[in-house]
Design a protein around this ligand. Structure first.
Ligand SMILES: Nc1ncnc2c1ncn2[C@@H]1O[C@H](COP(=O)(O)OP(=O)(O)OP(=O)(O)O)[C@@H](O)[C@H]1O
Length: 742
């Protein structure tokens, strides 16, 4: 915003009075595209192209009140920037009322008549414009025009001012894509066509081939009729199943998902999938075209094969989320609005269960039911393979809506789930830091981790790798880096991801950047001092849009300057820590908060009490991590990571870290014995923390850590040998072992 204002003001100074007057009256053509504003102010004095990111519409409307000529893109994924102004459903409703726009209150959207259709289209079904209740983002299902809440407000104002009953989507300006983006899109569409036309419908395969494919994918109970009903094909060159994405106004082929299978390490089958276009632009609700219009009930699954299983064995409408249990993009909500009942059966594990609880909040919990995972309730395709009754499992689903008061009877199954699957309840395991798994057991949603260490000791660098590790396993991550800018941070992360000095092998840059781009990673665009409310609003927004599971704040001191200066510093910090605590619990999102230590004497080790501020930070935190810098004469600058608080199971401990400068990564020391020291609970520990397990706490262990399992979601980033030598920085790119190459 400030960027645009500065720009405008700077140029306003150079304009004559008359020109400034024109600026005020907005008598100049303004072309607004999704990415750029091209602005030409009278007599070619002032041609400008401004990135829309820095020029939010809320500001533009101030300067150009009513003559905005706006372009929207039809039928494309919307890229929503973080809100400059928080909008609530009450704001949206009262605005619509003020413009006399009728609307229905739906589950997650408001439904109103489309501003892009003549009202004579009439009837109840003409309420084809869906306005997201949380963001105000709109979609007209008849024209597939979509845009932000500010876009819609501008449309309504133009209509009111010019007395129009609707706006024509044909008047919209051309696509805002750059030539490179258009080229990329054309390439992708060509690729989609090539795969689709090169793949074979099941009816054209021989019986032997069908049997072989079904055995390979372990879907022997799914009939050829079901495969045909959903248009599934086989792409022989990669032995992949092809699931089509039909969409758009004429239900054209928009993309494909390819699924490959190979035998898993522990029996069963491991799937890898790839989409064209890339997953960031792949928004297929597979199974939706097969749904009959009057259907009032849908089963929401995490996989295309689950759709086949549910549909075949229950006859119910089933759809699959494009990214399984990791995301429910809000842009898909309008397509689910018509279902009065949604049963979420996203998988058979704790992760799927947690996701279904989070997604049900977006879908409107009152209409949602959840299939609780368990031994006898695996994911649908597996249940079918085992010969289970899927209808009965769906009937046994539990309501998603919360009750304020519950009895143990209602909690009983939840408690059993926690006891039965301790590994998953303990959270996502690090692949690069097995020692951390031993102490913390994993990374869990809804927790608050406080991280500290001496100035310049490598806090940002370490947390960057720790978060990257999780992100590579599908943990949707949001970075709030107030100290170093996002380009520098991304450079550190990319170096850690590729595990080599990319400066020395720039020819591999695109290879690694392409893989890195696939990670579910987002950055807040703040830099320098920030207001805590703005930061929290942004985090909340990101949780809704991108299903963020992990937020990293580097660091808390950057929020202190903006707060009430009449209060003392400790009180301000306590308030901020409390706000992050509340956020992490209520949003089921892990927050890692970097806090500088107090000034300590140089040769003293830090401890929990060294965290700047009062004891509130360590009391509120579930985990306290300290990056220790041992200033010993024998090994100067040696780092170690100490866990001084672990609310999950009380284990605390410390392990050494060796810094590899070429890859900016941390690992166990290459030489010497690598020991994990479990230390007794520090004296300054708070009472909330259960005591460290006795006996265990004193034990020293040199046992090699178990190789942590990677999940199928692992995008195939370079697995790292924790004890191995650093990679040859000049070597060729490693095969990431990701999705099948087509
Ligand atoms: N263990 C280490 N040994 C030597 N250099 C390191 C180590 N860890 C990080 N560095 C380097 O030190 C510099 C500072 O690291 P970083 O910014 O991560 O520290 P920080 O603790 O976050 O700093 P600050 O206290 O200013 O926030 C970087 O150039 C980084 O590459």
């Amino acid at each position: 915003m400030s960027c645009w204002r500065t720009l405008l003001h700077r140029h306003a100074h150079t304009l004559t009075g008359a020109q400034s007057f024109q600026l005020q009256r907005t008598d100049f053509p303004l072309t607004v595209s999704r990415k750029y504003f091209s602005l030409t102010v009278s007599r070619k004095y002032f041609p400008l192209t401004v990135s829309r990111k820095y020029f939010p519409l809320t500001v533009s409307r101030k300067y150009f009140p009513l003559t905005v000529c706006r372009s929207y893109k039809s039928d494309t994924k919307s890229t929503v920037d973080f809100p400059m102004k928080h909008v609530t459903v009450t704001d949206i409703k009262s605005y619509l009322r003020s413009k006399e726009v009728p609307f229905h209150d739906g589950y997650s959207c408001l439904q109103a008549p489309s501003v892009f259709l003549e009202p004579s289209a009439g009837g109840k079904d003409s309420y084809s414009m869906f306005i997201d209740k949380t963001t105000g983002q709109f979609l007209c299902k008849d024209t597939l025009v979509e845009g932000s809440w500010e876009d819609l407000q501008d449309c309504l104002e133009v209509m009111e001012k010019e007395g129009r009953s609707c706006l024509s989507s044909h008047l919209l300006l051309g696509s805002a894509d750059s030539p490179e983006e258009q080229e990329q899109r054309a390439r992708e569409l060509g690729e989609v066509q090539r795969i689709w036309s090169g793949s074979v419908p099941f009816s054209d395969l021989s019986d032997d081939e069908v049997q072989l494919v079904k055995t390979m994918f372990q879907v022997t109970k799914i009939t050829n009729v079901t495969f045909k009903k959903f248009g599934v094909r086989l792409f022989k060159p990669t032995r992949s199943l092809v699931f089509p994405w039909f969409g758009g106004l004429s239900s054209e082929l928009k993309g494909v998902k390819l699924l490959s299978a190979r035998p898993g390490e522990t029996g069963g089958v491991e799937y890898t999938e790839a989409t064209v276009p890339k997953s960031a632009s792949y928004f297929n609700l597979f199974g939706l075209p097969a749904a009959g219009r009057p259907d009032a009930e849908v089963v929401l699954t995490g996989h295309e094969l689950d759709v086949l299983a549910v549909s075949q064995s229950t006859g119910l409408t089933a759809v699959a989320l494009p990214r399984g249990d990791s995301r429910l993009p809000p842009s898909l909500l309008p397509y689910l609005e018509r279902f009065k009942r949604v049963t979420l059966w996203l998988g058979g594990d704790v992760r799927a269960w947690e996701a279904s609880r989070v997604f049900s909040r977006k879908l409107g919990p009152r209409r949602c039911r959840l299939v609780r995972p368990g031994e006898d309730r695996p994911r649908p395709a597996e249940a079918l393979a085992r010969g289970q009754n899927l209808t009965r499992i769906i009937q046994g689903s539990v309501p998603a809506a919360h009750k304020s008061i519950v009895s143990f009877g209602q909690l009983r199954a939840d408690v059993y789930g926690e006891l039965a699957d301790t590994e998953q309840v303990a959270g996502v395991k690090w692949t690069r830091f097995p020692e951390l798994n031993r102490i913390l057991k994993g990374h869990r949603k809804g927790e608050l981790t406080v991280f500290t260490g001496p100035t310049g000791s490598g806090k940002t660098t370490f947390i960057s790798e720790m978060a990257l590790d999780l992100c590579m396993q599908g943990v949707n991550t949001l970075w709030g880096s107030f100290e170093i800018n996002n380009v520098r941070l991304a450079k550190i992360m990319l170096t850690q991801f590729s595990m080599q000095r990319l400066e020395d092998s720039l020819e591999h840059y695109d290879y690694w950047a392409d893989l890195f781009e696939e990670l579910p990673l987002h950055f807040m665009t703040f830099h320098g001092q920030q207001n805590i409310k703005t930061v929290l609003d942004t985090m909340q927004h990101a949780v809704y849009l991108y299903d963020i599971n992990h937020v990293i704040i580097d660091n808390l001191q950057f929020m202190m300057g903006q707060e009430n200066l009449s209060l003392d510093k400790f009180a301000v910090q306590d308030h901020i820590v409390g706000a992050f605590r509340k956020f992490s619990t209520s949003s089921s999102c892990h927050v890692t908060l970097i806090i500088h230590p107090r000034k300590e004497e140089d040769d003293r080790q830090l401890q929990t009490a060294s965290i700047f501020g009062s004891a509130k930070a360590s009391q509120e935190a579930d985990n306290v991590l300290i990056l220790q810098e041992k200033k010993l004469v024998t090994c100067p600058g040696r780092r170690s990571l100490q866990v001084t608080k672990n609310r999950f199971d009380g284990d605390v401990g410390e392990f050494p870290l060796e810094f590899l400068k070429t890859s900016l990564t941390f690992g166990p020391p290459v030489k010497g014995k690598h020991t994990l020291r479990k230390v007794p609970k520090p004296e300054d520990e708070d009472e909330d923390n259960p005591p460290a397990k006795k006996g265990k706490a004193e034990k020293k262990t040199t046992k090699a850590p178990k190789n942590p399992k990677t999940t199928p979601r692992d995008p195939g980033g370079p697995p790292r040998d924790p004890g191995g030598p650093p990679r040859d920085p000049g070597g060729p790119p490693r095969d990431p072992g990701g999705p099948p190459r087509i």
